[in-house]
Design a protein around this ligand. Structure first.
Ligand code: SF4
Length: 448
């Protein structure tokens, strides 16, 4: 007799899923989870108890890949003891490393690319049935997103991710996404609308629409009757019970008047918008092949701010890109001050194999990258404080997220600032109107 989890009956089958990376991966993780639960599997946090250990991976940073290799290493001994264990690598790392993963990690059974993960339960079943080494990479004949999304893998009832498109048509020199995730593939608007309606019916009040360059939504679809992100926002405006729509992430090149108008008239659009600038230096932007100059970025932001003066912007930054001088870096600091971003995500450049920038000399010392990172975040903190303080005296809607430790409830107001409101009988996802009466140095203090 053996106690091997891998040899237990199908009733007791358990999967262990670790998800790394961006919101899109988290969303995909929900889809993967739902597809296993539907087939009668149960989820376990403990890889030792699982028949199938799956990693939904990210290749954007080296550290995330190293972590997956280390977790895979921990499973090597387990697989020796229990050959029936199924080990699968899904997503960007599978796309990037491909067949080599089998060589580096011989105990891996499945290498499944970003466009193939909906078939992962079948692949696991095939391995359990005796098949060896399944490799599924590149484009898929069927769209990644099913026409009807299974909502069974969602952790939170009031907030939900919804992918509206996959892939990216840009070619930023530092980024592996276009190589691993492929070209833009937009979902038809009726599918998205249906998914949002079903989410709202199940208690969701806030959706986060996801796409690598979400403002490119629809550009891959036939010209006649081509939908756009502006159209999507208009369609969602009619969904009763949907309080908020958040967009993640835009590319400055696709911002136009039509989109800005739709955002401005949407009653649900969260005016807290990620439009990553990455660098304030034209020469760095050129080497990054971002597809815009500072001047173009300025003009696109002006289109948005003209319609929504209370819009708050969020940026990603890369510090220490090859060839970034002190002058280039100071241009980023100046840009941060100019656009007064409310939030910044700062990354220290690290070369990623299979990107164009990998060929450039990584010539900014690690210590200098760290110093630039710290400096940018210091400036960001100072700017954010000033912007939040300025909201005192305004009125806004607020979606409650969680009870605040000092009493009342914490939530975000219409343009992304956090506030604590004097509500005692709150519930996550509830919409309240409030007036910003003060500021505690971090959050706004609001009363109803
Ligand atoms: S826009 Fe650039 S950084 Fe963003 S996913 Fe596409 S290639 Fe990568």
């Amino acid at each position: 007799m053996t106690n091997s989890p891998a040899l237990q009956s199908s009733k007791a089958r358990r999967f262990h899923l670790r998800v790394f990376g961006c919101q899109m991966n988290i969303y995909d993780g929900e889809l993967i989870r739902a597809s296993f639960l539907n087939r009668g599997w149960t989820e376990t946090d403990d890889p030792e108890k699982a028949e199938a250990c799956l990693f939904h991976t990210c290749s954007v940073r080296q550290r995330a890949e190293e972590k997956v290799h280390s977790l895979l290493g921990e499973l090597r001994e387990r697989k020796r003891r229990d050959p029936g264990l199924v080990v699968g690598v899904i997503g960007c790392m599978a796309d990037r490393e491909g067949r080599e993963l089998f060589e580096r990690e011989p105990h891996v059974d499945i290498v499944c690319g970003s466009r193939h993960f909906p078939r992962i339960p079948d692949m696991v079943a095939r391995v359990l049935g005796g098949e060896e080494r399944i490799l599924a990479l590149g484009e898929s004949e069927v769209p990644v997103d099913a026409p009807v999304r299974d909502l069974g893998g969602r952790p939170s009832h009031w907030q939900a991710h919804v992918a509206v498109m996959r892939g990216c048509d840009m070619n930023c020199t530092f980024c592996v996404v276009p190589r691993v995730r492929g070209r833009v593939e937009s979902r038809p608007p009726h599918e998205i609308l249906d998914e949002v309606r079903r989410l709202v019916d199940s208690g969701t009040t806030e959706v986060h629409l996801l796409g690598q360059t979400i403002d490119a939504y629809g550009r891959d679809l036939p010209k006649e009757g081509r939908p756009s992100l502006a159209l999507l926002l208009d369609l969602l405006a009619d969904v009763e019970g949907l309080h908020r729509v958040r967009l993640i992430t835009l590319h400055p090149s696709y911002v136009d008047e039509e989109l800005a108008d739709a955002m401005a008239r949407s009653p649900q659009f969260l005016r807290f918008l990620p439009v990553p600038l990455q660098s304030g230096s034209d020469s760095v932007l050129r080497r990054m092949k971002r597809g815009y100059t500072m001047d173009l970025y300025r003009r696109r932001v002006a289109i948005l701010q003209d319609r929504m003066p209370d819009l708050e912007l969020v940026s990603d930054w890369i510090v220490g890109f090859p060839g970034e001088t002190d002058v280039d870096f100071e241009a980023s600091v100046a840009a941060l001050r100019e656009f007064k971003f409310l939030q910044s995500y700062v990354f220290q450049y690290s070369p990623r194999p299979e990107t164009v920038a990998f060929e450039l000399e990584d010539d900014v010392p690690a210590q200098l990258k760290r110093r630039r990172n710290i400096r940018l975040l210091e400036v960001q903190r100072e700017i954010a404080k000033g912007r939040t303080r300025k909201m005192v005296g305004t009125a806004s809607s607020l979606i409650l997220e969680e009870p605040a430790s000092q009493g009342g409830w914490k939530g975000r107001i219409h343009n992304g600032h956090f506030a604590i409101v004097d509500v005692e009988d709150g519930a996550p996802g509830r919409l309240v109107k409030a007036r910003m009466e003060g500021w505690n140095g971090k959050e706004l203090l609001a009363t109803r």
